[in-house]
Design a protein around this ligand. Structure first.
Ligand SMILES: [Mg+2]
Length: 205
């Protein structure tokens, strides 16, 4: 495929592209039932080695919960923790609308996310747009996190596309760099006002 042609599929990062998330909501809910303050709890659960192990599939739900309890002294039960842990997401409406437009036009779309089993169970249940993807490549399932090569290969294998046939949107520069190095059309997403018209223009208006 030459660069002049349209991409054949669109690959979406989830966090900060289609869904905003805020682990601060979780930390504030946990604080009254924990030994730590909300900011200290946040330092345990947000973008930490512990979360990384969960999102690489090295820890299951129960092991992750036990590790959080050990680090925070949380006295609630696992069900409550998991409810709160999932409930940190809000839709980024213009990007969800973009996804919907692409799906309506028959463009295959893929989720490409560093995430964990519990978050995805919650997202699948709560956000209808999620169920319209053609496929999903999730870090905890493939035991590899962006920007590692293995998870990019999983998208190419699942979609059957590679190189300039893929348009990829992500908010993290290191993830985009890894996609671009494979010849994907990889664009940093910062602002829906920029990304939405740019994607629609490339995809034919
Ligand atoms: Mg992201």
């Amino acid at each position: 495929m030459s660069n002049a042609s349209r991409p054949r599929a669109v690959v979406f990062d989830l966090g900060k592209v289609l869904l905003d998330f805020d682990y601060g909501i979780l930390a504030r809910r946990m604080a009254p039932l924990s030994d730590l303050s909300a900011p200290a709890i946040l330092a345990v659960v947000n973008q930490t080695p512990l979360l990384h192990r969960y999102e690489t599939g090295l820890l299951g739900d129960g092991e992750f919960f036990e590790a959080v309890v050990a680090a925070t002294g949380f006295r609630g039960d696992q069900g409550r923790f998991l409810d709160w842990f999932g409930d940190i997401f809000t839709e980024i409406a213009p990007m969800v609308a973009l996804h919907s437009t692409l799906v309506d036009r028959g463009v295959p779309t893929y989720v490409f996310s560093n995430t964990n089993a519990h978050a995805i169970r919650h997202v699948r249940r709560v956000f209808p747009f999620y169920r319209r993807f053609t496929g999903e490549v999730l870090s905890y399932e493939v035991q590899s996190m962006k920007p590692d090569v293995k998870i990019y290969e999983a998208i190419e294998r699942m979609s059957g596309f590679g190189g300039a046939d893929l348009l990829y949107l992500d908010d993290r520069p290191e993830n985009i760099a890894a996609g671009a190095s494979r010849g994907w059309r990889a664009w940093i997403h910062e602002d829906p006002d920029i990304t939405v018209p740019r994607v629609l223009s490339l995809m034919g208006g």
